[in-house]
Design a protein around this ligand. Structure first.
Ligand code: F6R
Length: 265
């Protein structure tokens, strides 16, 4: 697991955007797995800027989002489709037909969507790079604690903690969606590369488990310890509970030296 610790959330966003630019330069038709939530917003802003400045293009890119609330269709303001369109897709040169979320709009059978979504990901050739945030309870996507480490895309019941944390996105008296369809942990593990961003002290306990804890379904993100190509980008607050911080900083310095010497890109 590659770990980079920055002072600020802005620096995390810069590095995340740099990684995606790098991928798109090498592979303009990459398949990206995307996340919603507050963490990746600044990174998306950076990518919008890069696209407007013609430093990158999403014209040939295909995307698959991690998750979507059950029963919300794309024009619902709290749907993740709406979030993605508003914050990212409408501001870049992507073809909306190539953007996918596991949508089970009102009336559709949510139990069927998971397998269909997996088929679409496979037909696109799999995910080259999966962007992840992390929940305070260690969830990735909406794979809440005790999710099977072998799970595939399916309906998940959100924990009360996740519902409380996401309550801020729903109107004060509006009904909040309680079920989501999420890529499974095994689905995420099949991405060729994973880029996880975490900022803020409220993520410090989950980050501690992710980096230094034992692999456990109680902290689903810990499964990433088995993935061969994960980069974790943290700000200082999210890294504040790590016990071996000195070592990680030293590794980062060594890595930078190697890159400067052999791979300036
Ligand atoms: C979002 C997602 C979630 C979030 C996580 C962190 O698509 O799947 O796992 O990444 O809940 O959310 P924020 O970034 O709002 O703290």
């Amino acid at each position: 697991m590659e770990l980079m610790i920055f002072e600020t959330p802005a620096a995390v966003a810069d590095e995340g955007a740099r990684r995606i630019r790098h991928l798109l330069h090498a592979r303009p038709d990459a398949v990206l797995g995307l996340a919603t939530g507050s963490t990746p917003l600044t990174m998306y802003e950076r990518l919008v800027r890069d696209c407007r400045q013609k430093r990158i293009s999403f014209a040939a890119v295909t995307t698959f989002n991690l998750d979507e609330y059950v029963g919300l269709d794309g024009d619902h303001p709290q749907s993740y489709r709406h979030y993605m369109n508003e914050h990212f897709f409408s501001k870049i040169d992507i073809d909306l037909a190539n953007t996918h979320l596991p949508v089970a709009a009102a009336g559709a059978n949510p139990l069927r969507i998971g397998a269909e979504y997996e088929t679409k990901i496979a037909a696109a050739g799999g995910i080259d790079l999966q962007v992840l945030g992390i929940g305070r309870n260690g969830h990735i996507g909406f794979n809440e604690p005790t999710s099977s480490l072998g799970s595939r895309t399916r309906v998940k019941t959100l924990t009360r903690e996740t519902l409380a944390s996401n309550r801020r996105f729903f109107p004060a008296h509006g009904k909040q969606a309680e079920l989501a369809i999420t890529m499974g942990i095994a689905t995420i593990m099949e991405a060729r590369k994973v880029l996880l961003l975490a900022t803020g002290e409220e993520k410090a306990a989950a980050v501690e488990q992710l980096i230094e804890g034992p692999v456990s379904a109680m902290w689903p993100a810990t499964t990433l310890q088995y993935h061969g190509n994960v980069t974790v980008l943290l700000d200082a607050a999210a890294a504040s509970r790590l016990k071996n911080r000195d070592y990680y900083d030293w590794v980062q310095q060594q890595q930078q030296k190697l890159v400067q010497q052999f791979d300036a890109d």
